[in-house]
Design a protein around this ligand. Structure first.
Ligand code: SF4
Ligand code: FES
Length: 268
């Protein structure tokens, strides 16, 4: 099958502005959009710039707007897209060159809510965590910092500073983490002018998250905690990791997932 790839091009050194360049490409069975871009590099223009790393949907670096919708290029099959395929960089992030965006504004948002794990530095043993909030884990149980949710979020058009779904999701996961300290400071950081109340629950983020994380649900949980914090109520705490009660609950089953201290809950 022959497809036409319409690829966003922008070279800051050329001073020509951005344009869409069209390339005919012979698609092979199971070809992904990432394969398609490599074909463009091989056969048409070796200067085309884009990002990728793992090629198995784990690293999040290949996220693009594919026919108008955010998706991982390495996981999106050309056969599902028809014979006209338009590929653009993510919204709301500065374009560095062609399809490459500067992810710094995304990571600045994570830092704004202190979305990194601190834990107890005195702990020697591996902390075993029992996740009481199975409902928040989604399919993969963790964010791969791909930026798709930020790009899709319609609230960014109204508030360029909105901290966004990924940062709020990560903040809630840390608030729920029994290895972490007091939840109040982190909840308070999510309540500012550009925080949780900017989310109107449109669920644009949920529709594009490649890990199917329940982002809007997490944001609503943070809003409830924020109200409790604002009226001076004590916030609920998870039992400490490895506590007898938590271990007993694991032994009793209940289908809860566990993670190690160095594993999937790391901030990045
Ligand atoms: S929450 Fe989902 S869409 Fe947003 S950065 Fe993480 S994995 Fe990507
Ligand atoms: S290359 Fe890692 S998710 Fe696509």
């Amino acid at each position: 099958m022959r497809v036409t790839a319409h690829v966003f091009r922008f070279d800051p050194a050329a001073n020509t502005g951005a344009w869409l360049e069209s390339y005919p490409v012979d698609a092979f069975p199971d070809m992904t959009v990432l394969d398609l871009l490599f074909e463009v590099v091989r056969r048409h223009d070796p200067a085309l710039s884009f990002r990728c790393s793992c090629r198995v949907g784990m690293c999040g670096t290949c996220t693009l707007l594919i026919n108008g919708r955010e998706g991982l290029a390495c996981q999106t099959k050309v056969a599902m897209l028809g014979d006209e395929i338009t590929v653009r960089p993510l919204n709301h992030l500065p374009v560095v060159k062609d399809l490459v965006v500067d992810m710094d504004p995304f990571f600045v948002r994570l830092r704004a809510v202190d979305a990194s794990f601190h834990g107890d530095p005195a702990r020697q043993e591996i902390a075993r965590v029992v996740w009481e909030r199975e409902d928040l884990l989604g399919e993969a149980g963790d964010c791969i910092t791909c930026g798709a949710c930020l790009s899709a979020c319609s609230m960014l058009a109204l508030d360029r500073g909105f901290v966004g779904p990924a940062a709020l999701y990560r903040a809630l996961m840390l608030v729920e983490d029994p290895r972490e300290g007091e939840p109040e400071p982190r909840v308070a950081r999510t309540l500012g002018e550009h925080g949780v109340w900017r989310c109107h629950g449109h669920m644009d983020c949920v529709k594009v998250c490649p890990k199917q994380l329940p982002l809007t649900k997490a944001i609503h949980s943070l809003k409830r905690l924020g109200v409790r914090w604002a009226v001076g109520a004590r916030l609920p705490r998870q039992p400490p990791a490895g506590a007898a009660g938590a271990e007993a609950r694991t032994a009793a089953g209940g289908g809860r997932r566990t993670a190690s201290a160095g594993g999937e809950r790391r901030g990045r």
